[in-house]
Design a protein around this ligand. Structure first.
Ligand code: C5P
Length: 222
């Protein structure tokens, strides 16, 4: 079977990482969560007291440290210089600041290079915001996954409650809307559907149905 690269982009909470992980597992491909990489940099910058508006300092930090994504079955661990930051990168503080860190052109340039190196000569499923448009412009399959804001917020809310966290639906809607706005309006590599990407609205679909749709598209190309 021919192997391909799969790019999955879309707004926050559309189900990209859940679906991407399952597709990668089914195909035996490498899964790369690029959002986790921007989150890891944001977490470390907050911890080290780096000014999140200081593009040069953030980029210097990124170039001098190593972010690793470790595939451990369905769970993907994220490490910076060997320190496990998997859970620490999902806090409200990181949520609030990550799109600012990701808006800096120099940071994006370095991240894109790291992501392209990670996927070189590999069959990958990569998810993010600019994968089909910038990171893997030649990907054989590009998906743009979206869902209504209410549905995306509801899913995130239920996920948090299931994990035993407190959650407020209104706050989640606000957080997701702000992040989407920043991601869509930034000057460098904004979130947008690539011209050759296939749009899947997951509002009324189950995870299994989305995976099935994508697997069908994969089989048409392999
Ligand atoms: O996918 P996730 O929600 O974890 O991404 C967190 C943030 O990282 C996004 O809101 C966006 O600001 C940034 N990001 C990005 N480009 C990517 C992946 C994520 O700008 N390829």
């Amino acid at each position: 079977m021919k192997t391909i690269k799969i790019a999955i982009d879309g707004p926050a909470g559309a189900g990209k990482s859940t679906v991407a992980k399952l597709v990668a597992r089914e195909l035996g491909y490498l899964y790369i969560d690029t959002g986790a990489m921007y989150r890891a940099l944001t977490y470390m910058a907050l911890k080290e007291g780096i000014d999140l508006n200081d593009e040069q300092e953030l980029n210097k930090y990124l170039m001098n440290h190593s972010i690793q994504l470790i595939n451990d079955g369905v769970i993907q661990k994220v490490e910076i210089d060997g320190e496990d930051v998997t859970d620490l990168i999902r806090t409200p503080e990181v949520n609030k600041n990550v799109s600012l860190v990701a808006s800096h052109p120099e940071v994006r340039k370095t991240m894109v290079k790291i992501q392209q190196d990670l996927s070189k000569d590999q069959s990958v499923v990569m998810d993010g915001r600019d994968i089909g448009t910038y990171v893997l412009p030649n990907a054989e399959l590009k998906i743009y996954l979206t869902a209504s804001i209410n549905e995306r917020a509801k899913r995130r809310y239920e996920e948090l409650i299931k994990k035993g966290f407190q959650a407020n639906l209104e706050e989640i809607i606000e957080d997701i809307s702000l992040r989407d706005k920043r991601d869509k309006e930034r000057a460098t590599a904004p979130l947008k559907q690539a011209d050759d990407a296939i749009l899947i609205d997951t509002s009324s679909l189950s995870i299994e149905e989305v995976v099935e749709k994508i697997m069908k598209l994969v089989h048409e190309r392999t």
